[in-house]
Design a protein around this ligand. Structure first.
Ligand code: SF4
Ligand code: SF4
Length: 295
């Protein structure tokens, strides 16, 4: 593969990156982050953040204390549990107290578990110092564009310095923060994966350029996911009748964006409270009620 050795050694036993490892190692997400600081046109706030989660499902939002308790219970029950991620249901870095309290406690109480976090990137530059302290295994940034004009079609507004900023102006700030955050993380040796949502007619052709830019800045993986525009998810409200990509369109774009094809094609866009081996979700076995009963 094209990956440098120091990165390969970090990802080879990671269930989300290694085709091999995902059969043997388990991951879980905890949903400790309810708030978000931007609006994506493909988001329906009733459900999990589409940054990294299959839309249309609602995760159980929990306190940092409950998240730690759940993680320890799952780690005791599933010995292959190696990775804990915070992915929503909002943006983890828009909920810094809750997210970092969870990481702080887990690095003390379960130092062997790898930690990861996904974000839209708006608050990333100011979070890098804190992330570096917690020995975060990797960060996922959802980057859908590097062009503010395209950004305005994806993000109607952002919440920035205590006010709402709309359209091209808001998208420009978001893009700058994402790119700056990406550079800061990779220059400190923190692994960065970039996710993009493919939106036909909006950013599909443009994502090839995004892919070149983020890889040049050191992202080790670029993962293209399809827009999911199902009625029950809430329609894509920026454009009436916005369609999803076809499987062929998605595959063609993924072929031109993903350098190492054996990795990440199996990303399942897991829900924010997923538990277990990839492709299985044992979340129902580990709801807070059931963890209370285990004690
Ligand atoms: Fe929704 Fe996630 Fe976008 Fe926030 S970043 S608006 S939670 S999809
Ligand atoms: Fe891994 Fe993708 Fe699931 Fe996250 S959403 S745990 S990266 S497979």
């Amino acid at each position: 593969g094209h990956l440098p050795d120091h990165i390969r050694s970090k990802v080879q036993d990671h269930p989300c990156y290694s085709e091999e490892a995902h059969h043997y190692f388990a991951r879980m997400h905890v949903a400790v982050a309810p708030a978000c600081n931007i609006q994506c046109n493909y988001c329906n706030r009733k459900y999990d953040c589409s940054n990294e989660s299959r839309p249309g499902v609602v995760s159980e939002v929990m306190s940092p204390e409950q998240a730690v308790k759940k993680t320890l219970a799952v780690a005791a029950a599933i010995p292959q549990m190696t990775v804990l991620g915070i992915a929503g249901p909002g943006d983890p870095l828009a909920n810094p107290e809750r997210t970092f309290e969870t990481f702080r406690r887990l690095s003390e109480e379960a130092p062997d578990i790898k930690l990861c976090v996904s974000t839209n990137g708006l608050s990333l530059p100011q979070s890098v110092d804190e992330l570096a302290k917690h020995n975060i295994d990797h960060v996922t940034i959802t980057i859908n564009t590097v062009d503010p004009e395209i950004g305005a079609k994806i993000y109607p507004w952002i919440f920035w310095e205590n006010k709402r900023i709309f359209g091209v102006e808001g998208a420009k700030i978001l893009i700058e923060q994402q790119q700056k955050g990406l550079e800061m993380l990779t220059s400190r040796g923190i692994l960065v994966k970039v996710n993009s949502v493919m939106i036909p007619g909006v950013n599909d052709e443009h994502l090839k350029e995004v892919s070149k830019i983020v890889k040049a800045k050191g992202a080790f993986l670029h993962n293209v996911m399809p827009l999911i525009a199902e009625a029950e998810h809430g329609t894509y409200y920026g454009i009436m009748g916005q369609r999803e990509p076809t499987p062929l369109e998605l595959e063609a774009l993924q072929d031109s964006c993903s350098g190492d094809m054996s990795m990440m094609r199996h990303c399942r866009q897991c829900r924010a409270d997923a538990v277990g081996l990839l492709g299985e979700d044992r979340g129902e076995e580990f709801t807070l009620d059931k963890i209370d009963e285990m004690e």
